[in-house]
Design a protein around this ligand. Structure first.
Ligand code: CUA
Length: 389
């Protein structure tokens, strides 16, 4: 189906460079043709009836007409069916776009007046440039340091707001190597128009080479160090319950709160627990933690999250809604393989960047680069856990 859709030529559309692009364009084309059909049809009908039923004599009085049930039902039911096709098609595509698959390489994104900052799991940082491998699923965990911005890559057909005080997510799978515009699509101040750059889609081996370029710690390692530096370890230990729950296995799990409710430990919960520690207390623990609001930057918060995720119970998904991969379903499976080298939706993989066969993927990921400390090790670990599922 994807193959077919890729041949659909849509006027004025940007280049198609992600697995979504042909599908979004096809829906758009459908909407456009539908609108054209009815606009032209109604306009012609107006002209035709105006002439056909024109007043022929100054004294002419129109004949009164009673209701026509059959006609009214027809022009109600047919448009209802047509609008439902738009709804069903649009909703299914929306779910694909906004439900990130569990198996994806994660990149942290921070918007700031007026730039986009990225950090890869291996540690590399970029500003206004984003390098990604072709044919791999990329999940973006995004937030902002100041005001609302909107992350927009037209060639990928993705656009997602970043909002102060919360995390938003987007994902894509690039299908073509190249250089694509990146924009901020939400007016955010003086230099809004200059807040953008490029996404570089590279062959996987080039991407690996690029990754090994600048050696830095992984965000997870930086988060761990940050927690040590800030003295968090006095109460927060990986495996020991001190004045706070043990950190290992916490991220991604459901914990009981003091008020008796359940809470999924996700990005937003971690941030809230750091900035407003009294808000949602883990059952059985005292509300003794001071607030760190304003003391950590958006990137530092993401590093702590990366660290907790790396020792969490679910190193992949972001929560219950993320566990499904049916985002890729809907008939794209057959087309996706050969075209993108992408991952079939039913395959769980430890390294989305590597070759498609899981075994080969694990072999390929071991050596890679000198850049990574905990990052690679954790990924390999995650792969083991996944294959046991
Ligand atoms: Cu950021 Cu507009």
């Amino acid at each position: 189906m994807t193959g077919l859709l890729q041949q659909v030529w849509v006027p004025f559309a940007p280049e198609q460079a992600s697995s979504f692009a042909p599908e979004v364009d096809a829906l758009y084309l459908y909407l456009t043709l539908l609108t054209l059909f009815f606009s032209v049809g109604i306009s012609l009908a107006i002209v035709y009836f105006a002439i056909k039923y024109r007043r022929r004599a100054p004294t002419e009085v129109p004949r009164p007409r009673a209701g026509a049930i059959a006609l009214e039902l027809t022009w109600t039911i047919i448009p209802l069916m047509i609008s439902m096709t738009i709804f069903v098609w649009g909703a299914s595509l929306y779910f694909k776009l906004y439900r990130a698959p569990e198996e994806a390489m994660e990149i942290y994104v921070v918007g700031k007046q007026w730039m986009w900052k990225f950090q890869h799991r291996e540690g590399q940082r970029e500003i206004n440039e984003l390098h990604v491998p072709v044919g791999a699923r990329v999940r973006l965990v995004m937030t902002t340091e100041d005001v609302i911005h909107s992350f927009y890559v037209p060639a990928f057909r993705i656009k997602m707001d970043v909002v102060p005080g919360r995390y938003s997510y987007a994902w894509f799978e690039a299908t073509k190597t190249g250089k694509y515009h990146l924009f901020c699509a939400e007016y955010c101040g003086t230099n809004h128009s200059g807040m953008g750059g490029y996404v570089y889609v590279m062959e996987p081996n080039e991407y690996q080479a690029w990754l090994s370029g600048g050696a830095t710690d992984s965000p997870a390692a930086q988060g761990k160090k940050l927690m040590q530096d800030r003295g968090c370890a006095t109460c927060h230990q990986e495996d020991t319950v001190l004045r706070a729950p043990a950190l290992r296995g916490l991220f991604g799990s459901d914990i009981p709160l003091a008020d008796g409710s359940q809470q999924r430990v996700d990005e937003d919960y971690v941030r809230r627990s750091i900035e407003e520690p009294q808000a949602q207390i883990h059952q059985g623990f005292e509300p003794i933690m001071p607030t760190y609001k304003g003391q950590l930057s958006a990137e530092q918060l993401l590093q702590i999250i990366a660290y907790l995720r790396s020792i969490g119970s679910d190193t992949r998904g972001g929560g219950a809604t993320m566990t499904t991969t049916e985002g890729r379903a809907g008939g794209t499976t057959t087309g996706a393989g050969p075209v993108t080298g992408g991952i079939p939706p039913d395959t769980q993989r430890s390294n989305p960047v590597g070759p498609t066969t899981p075994a080969a993927g694990r072999v390929g990921q071991q050596p890679s680069s000198t850049t990574t400390g905990t990052g690679q090790g954790r990924r390999a670990g995650g792969g083991g856990a996944n294959s046991n599922r």
